[in-house]
Design a protein around this ligand. Structure first.
Ligand code: GLA
Length: 404
């Protein structure tokens, strides 16, 4: 009965129109704590790493001071485990007072003073995935709270609900956020429905700015590889819904964490750029290794990710097991091309091919830049000319091909 009432409400407020809130016109970039810091609430014994305002203020400081902000990293994302275990007497969400003594509004004022934006996490169900109060039965009230706290992004998870409810509640949150008048990037983990169906992605893109496309990233190479192989299948053609305001999210960047090699870090960054994915760093920025930082701050790769066409790449060929991916860029006939080598047999794979073979056929030729090189090295190639590529095991070569 309650659901029926909500359906009537949705019909009245007209939620069926596409989400058009003017945000995420290019993939969002920033910091998100979950993969690296998880649900560490032990500020007594681990004060520097627990989920607290101190952690997010420090991350905001580093994003603002160490060159990240100027490159487009702007969202500071609080994931799960920020609230008190219960709502206040009026049903309002409250941040844990020990860990967030200035409340979320205080943190948001701080983050804004650093020229950045603040994001928060909630869940469509009765509880968040980690067991904190969920938004079910409080959706409108919570949306108003988020606007009052001057938040700029909501990650809305899908734990502790069922498909019938979430089919109503994800759109209701979309509508409720829009009704606040504050542009709040709405990213949803709306898993109900068959993820291999195109309708799953068109439905998500109607109500959300961004949505997860695969499992949670762990700090491991197999986890990153799993995402790339999932994108290679493009089950449900989710790539075709990628565009301004409509962003496929393969989860956070683990560059600068514990497990990836230098080549694998370049691969994750390069492929996330190709996917037109959000670039959310989930690493300890205080101890970021210089070479990991230089990957995260690579302007050429970021430009591919931020290309205004926001088209996700398609895998068009496999040559000697190396995957060739093509991402159309906004300038007509220009492409980012990724050669990704999933082989881990210890020696680089060498290939010789023509641009025509990978469908780059502009007769005047292309100016090709190896994007990960520090030095801009343009060189001209005709579609029929030989093009040599050497790709390290689990590595990537990323090329920008601009028509002459
Ligand atoms: C789910 C999400 C993660 C993270 C956790 C928090 O697993 O997919 O990204 O938000 O919940 O509990």
């Amino acid at each position: 009965m309650a659901d029926l009432g909500l359906l009537v409400l949705l019909a009245c407020v007209g939620v069926s129109q596409a989400l058009n809130n003017g945000v995420a016109l290019t993939p969002p970039m920033g910091f998100l704590d979950w993969e690296r810091f998880r649900c560490n609430t032990d500020c007594v014994n681990d004060p520097d790493n627990c989920i607290s305002e101190k952690l997010f203020m420090k991350m905001a400081d580093i994003i603002a001071e160490e060159g990240y902000r100027e490159l487009g990293y702007e969202y500071i994302g609080i994931d799960d485990c920020w609230p008190s275990k219960s709502r206040d007497a009026d049903g309002n969400l409250v941040a844990d007072p020990e860990r967030f003594p200035n409340g979320i509004l205080g943190l948001s004022e701080y983050v804004h003073s650093r020229g950045l934006k603040l994001g928060i996490y909630e869940d469509v169900g009765t509880k968040t995935c980690a067991g904190y109060p969920g938004s079910q039965d409080y959706i409108k009230q919570d949306a108003e709270t988020f606007a009052k706290w001057e938040l700029d992004l909501l990650k809305f998870d899908g734990c502790n609900t069922d498909p019938n409810r979430s089919a109503i509640h994800f759109p209701l949150m979309s509508q409720s956020l829009n009704a606040t008048g504050r542009p709040i990037l709405y990213t949803c983990e709306w898993w109900s429905g068959d993820q291999t169906q195109h309708s799953h992605y068109t439905r998500n893109s109607e109500y959300c700015n961004s949505w997860r496309t695969f499992n949670d990233l762990e700090d491991s190479w197999p986890s990153v590889l799993g995402v790339i192989q999932h994108y290679a299948k493009n089950a449900g053609d989710f790539i075709s819904v990628s565009g301004p305001g409509s962003i496929n999210d393969p989860d956070e960047l683990i560059i600068g964490d514990f497990s990836l090699s230098y080549d694998q870090e370049k691969t994750q960054f390069g492929m996330w750029a190709m996917f037109a994915a959000p670039l959310y760093i989930s690493a300890d920025l205080r101890t970021m290794r210089p070479e990991a930082k230089s990957i995260l701050q690579n302007r050429g790769v970021i430009a591919i990710n931020q290309d205004p066409l926001v088209k996700g790449a398609n895998m068009i060929k496999e040559i000697q097991n190396v995957q060739v991916w093509l991402k159309p860029l906004v300038k007509p006939e220009s492409y980012a091309v990724a050669f990704f080598n999933p082989n881990s047999d210890g020696t680089p794979t060498r290939m010789s091919l023509t641009l025509a073979y990978i469908t780059l056929t502009n007769q005047n030729g292309y100016n090709d830049t190896n994007v990960f090189d520090d030095v801009y090295k343009p060189s001209m190639y005709k579609p029929s000319g030989q093009f040599n590529v050497t790709v390290n095991p689990t590595g990537i070569v990323l090329v920008k091909a601009m028509p002459l």
